[in-house]
Design a protein around this ligand. Structure first.
Ligand code: FAD
Length: 394
């Protein structure tokens, strides 16, 4: 039995290790030339100081994984149980899709700006960010905010423009987003919020309200697109990533019993859209560093069970978590804050704090700013009815 993993990032690596741990042969196919490496430093330390993929490489816990790197997978034939390279085909008994996401590109005219996803992107950006240069960042999400903080530390002038009303408003909410904006403003970052970009110029951008912003370097950080193009035409739901059930098995429209229809196909990491009963039954993609490890391990166990003719339980309830470093602030989160309404639990919106996010009476997420130790106590409480709403004991 051979398991093929497409995508040599963290999720592909952890899935391959798990599959091999169950005694199955596994080959990982990746389009980057490097063994899997850590992306979070690319907007932080590895942007300030040059780092190679080897410097950022993950420790590989097994030396018996097969690797084919530097070649994109261009197609999938589920009927024949093969993935297609430009000049070869690779057969499989089970497939794991781990091809992650790529930066979204705004459909506006003009020379395309820089993006940040790979170690090569980070090196190109680092070289461009010499002290005194003016950086314009389009997008005020995680990557836009982190690069803004890093670029200020590198001595660049930084402007951020974004359609959102506040930085990181989707995961954090308005008040904490505004607090974060004030931190950036105190560090000298200029914001233009609630405005889109209608054109790229060689030395800046035109905004949707007609204004122009000038810059020496432009970075686009406006979200992501899942890398699913290579698996189109096989009856998978690819509307937003790869739709799976709670086992992480891809949902298929192929008729049961059709040849090829029964080969296990799973998705892991940023690309997997799965229901998590810790919150509800709605399938969602989660682009955080904790998911590749959780989903990779789960995929190994599920494939081993399916190939042995067993039915894995529908009990996968991973706790999403993220962190983000900006200036002297470390933001950390457990759960899915974006699902809830924020309440300040301690501290202040502008300073170090803990913010709880509730949906109805259920604690669905928590974010802490420089509150690592306190935040850990929240882990077991995510997904539970909060204490405040419990009836008082007699
Ligand atoms: C700059 C940056 C900073 C980040 N900072 C944080 C942070 O502070 N905290 C946090 O929680 N998360 C952070 N993240 C997110 C985190 O890195 C991701 O959640 C994680 O990398 C997802 O792993 P993955 O294996 O699913 O996808 P990826 O790491 O994207 O790996 C997918 C791999 O598949 C390859 N691939 C794509 N298409 C094909 C194809 N057709 N054939 C073969 N290979 C293919 C890709 O090139 C890539 O190598 C950050 C991400 C970036 C880019």
């Amino acid at each position: 039995m051979t398991v093929v993993v497409v995508g040599a990032g963290l999720a592909g690596l952890r899935a391959a290790e798990a599959v091999r741990g169950h005694g199955l042969a596994v080959t990982v196919l990746g389009d980057e030339r490097h063994l899997p490496y850590n992306r979070p430093p690319l907007s932080k330390a590895a942007l300030r100081e040059s780092a190679t993929a080897a410097d950022l490489a993950f420790r590989i816990r097994r030396d018996d994984l097969g690797w084919r790197l530097g070649q994109p997978v261009v197609g999938l034939d589920l009927y024949r149980r093969e993935v297609l390279l430009a000049d070869d085909t690779v057969p499989f008994d089970a497939l794991i899709i781990a091809t992650g996401i790529r930066p979204r590109v705004l459909p506006v005219p003009g020379p395309p700006p820089m993006v940040l996803r790979t170690v090569e992107d980070a090196e190109a950006l680092r070289r461009a960010l010499t002290p005194g240069r003016r950086l314009l960042i389009i997008g005020a999400g995680f990557i836009g905010c982190e690069v803004a903080a890093t670029a200020r530390a590198m001595g660049c002038a930084v402007t951020v423009c974004a359609a959102d009303a506040e930085p990181m408003i989707r995961p954090l909410g308005e008040h904490l987003g505004a607090g974060l904006r004030r931190r950036h403003e105190q560090a000298g970052v200029e914001f233009h919020l609630g405005v889109g970009v209608s054109g790229y110029e060689p030395s800046g951008v035109t905004l949707s309200d007609g204004r122009t912003l000038t810059a020496d370097v432009i970075l686009s950080a406006v979200g992501s697109v899942p890398n699913t193009q290579w698996c189109a035409g096989n009856g998978l739901d690819l509307v937003d990533g790869v739709l799976t059930d709670n086992r992480l098995c891809a949902v298929r429209t192929t008729a049961a019993g059709e040849e090829g229809a029964e080969a296990p196909v799973l998705a892991v990491g940023d690309i997997a859209r799965f229901p998590n009963p810790l919150f509800d039954e709605v399938p969602r993609r989660i682009e955080h560093w904790s998911m590749p490890t959780d989903t990779g391990r789960r995929a190994g166990a599920v494939i081993a069970a399916l190939l042995a003719g067993q039915s894995p339980a529908l009990d996968f309830r991973p706790l999403p978590s993220f962190w983000s470093d900006q200036y002297d602030a470390t933001l950390q989160s457990f759960g899915m804050p974006a699902l809830g309404v924020p309440t300040l639990a301690s501290g202040s919106w502008d300073g170090d704090c803990i913010v709880e996010y509730h949906r109805d009476d259920v604690l669905v997420g928590v974010v802490g700013v420089n509150r690592t130790r306190e935040l850990a106590t929240y882990r077991p409480r995510i997904g539970s009815v909060s204490d405040a709403s419990q009836p008082a004991a007699d």
